[in-house]
Design a protein around this ligand. Structure first.
Ligand code: ADP
Length: 430
């Protein structure tokens, strides 16, 4: 039997034990008065504790002063312990939830939790930034009220989430998001959002590159096939035959140059960091001058100038190819009678290799795109000059591998200057 009931019975028996002799020996009413007074006192005592319990139950806090007298002390003690344990449990759960939210916040992917009606329950800062959400104000809102792109609304309503949705941003900057929806806790949905802008751009570049290569090779191939057909079908004079064969040789040489440049580009792209050969710059400058003279065949004035103060460290074949490309371009795009100047000198930041010409020059709008593969200012002119449109892409890549920057300055009709700027770490002072 619970102790409170035993205590109450003991008190009633005590009151009765005092009231019965008094009622018997003194007067009945006196006995009843003592018994009622005893019961009343007990009720008063219980009401007091009930009132405390009632007050506490309206605002249950962990209160060390919550104590009652007699049997009530045990009740209040147990309530105190229970409340304390509950508070500890709640604070542990709060900590766990906080750590979980911190982990969600730390994710580089966006996360949005939706309720059964696709209203926003939670989103991390990455998702806020990706979708333009603001959790503080958008929480509880239908997600489609905020992300209104029709393809997103259709995807969410379709209920078919086997494949992620690729969403191209309509907000200012070009951004591509991959949205994956998974179900959790019944029909609730969790959106995982990945920024795939970079890989999408790479994909696009790869597609463009394949299309460009096919186009570049198809042109000479078509010409070759046409000549072959003519030679097969028409009995040409010997001179005419020779002219056709020369033109065919020219086209096959062009294809060979494109394939060669493509191979060079792909080999430097996949190559390990360049070796650290010591490149003797005075010998290299002599070679570059001789190559320029051979290419120019006397049509230009070629000047090679070196301060003779330093050599270079790096992969000799790559540097020779990059420097040679700049020289070949200068000769190619400078009309007869012009000047090509090749320079090598120490600068406060390191050293600089530059090729300057008095050629046709380049309009400013083309300069940032010159190092893109197959980019040409004038396609016909480049082809006539035997260019592949890959030269500057190879130059830029080789220079990057040597921590060098390519600086291009040009004025249409006046000339151009292509400078490769090497950091001090790459040069060896003589
Ligand atoms: P290409 O094989 O066509 O020369 P490059 O990648 O070497 O290809 O150069 C890209 C384009 O940059 C050229 O087609 C040409 O229009 C322009 N260019 C490069 N060098 C010069 C230069 N020295 N003067 C004028 N234009 C140049």
């Amino acid at each position: 039997m619970p102790s409170q009931i035993v205590n109450a019975l003991v008190l009633i028996l005590l009151a009765a034990g005092l009231a019965i002799p008094v009622g018997y020996f003194v007067a009945h009413w006196a006995g009843w008065a003592i018994f009622c007074a005893g019961l009343g006192l007990q009720m008063l005592f219980n009401f007091r504790n009930f009132a405390r319990l009632d007050r506490w139950s309206r605002r249950p806090v962990v209160d060390a002063n919550l104590e009652g007298a007699g049997a009530w002390d045990g009740i209040f003690g147990r309530l105190y312990r229970h409340e304390k344990e509950l508070r500890t449990l709640i604070s542990e759960r709060d900590d766990q939830i906080e750590r979980l939210f911190a982990a969600l916040q730390a994710l580089t992917d966006g996360v949005v939790a939706l309720d059964l009606n696709q209203h926003i329950v939670y989103c991390n800062t990455t998702a806020e930034e990706q979708l333009g959400l603001v959790l503080a104000t958008d929480s509880g809102q239908p997600v489609v009220n905020i992300v209104r792109q029709p393809e997103f609304v259709a995807y969410l309503n379709s209920g078919d989430f086997e494949r992620p949705l690729i969403l191209r941003s309509e907000r200012g900057t070009e951004r591509v998001l991959s949205i994956h929806v998974v179900s959790y806790a019944g029909n609730r949905r969790l959106m995982q959002i990945k920024d795939v802008t970079q890989s999408d751009r790479l994909d696009q570049m790869r597609r463009d590159f394949v299309a460009n290569v096919s186009h570049e090779l198809r042109t000479p191939l078509t010409v070759l096939a046409g000549f072959l057909e003519t030679l097969q079908e028409i009995d040409l004079e010997r001179d005419e035959q020779h002219r056709y064969l020369d033109l065919m040789a020219e086209q096959s040489k062009r294809m060979e140059s494109i394939v060669q440049d493509l191979l060079t580009l792909s080999s430097i792209e996949s190559a390990p960091p360049p070796s650290n050969d010591l490149v003797d710059m005075s010998t290299l400058m002599d070679k570059l001058r001789r190559d320029a003279e051979a290419l120019s065949a006397g049509r230009h004035t070629i000047i090679a100038e070196s301060d003779g103060l330093c050599d270079l460290r790096g992969s000799e074949p790559e540097l020779v190819s990059a420097f040679g490309n700049l020289v070949a371009n200068a000769v190619r795009y400078t009309p007869a009678g012009g000047t090509v100047r090749i320079e090598w000198k120490v600068t406060p930041q390191g050293a600089e290799y530059a090729v300057e010409d008095t050629g046709i020059g380049i309009e400013a709008k083309h300069i940032p795109r010159l190092t893109e593969r197959f980019y040409r200012v004038d396609r016909g002119r480049s082809r006539d000059a035997g260019g592949t449109g890959l030269g500057l892409a190879i130059v830029k890549h080789s220079l990057n591998r040597h921590q060098a920057q390519l600086d291009i300055r040009s004025t249409p009709g006046v000339g151009s200057r292509f400078a490769a700027k090497f950091p001090t770490g790459r040069i060896v002072r003589l």
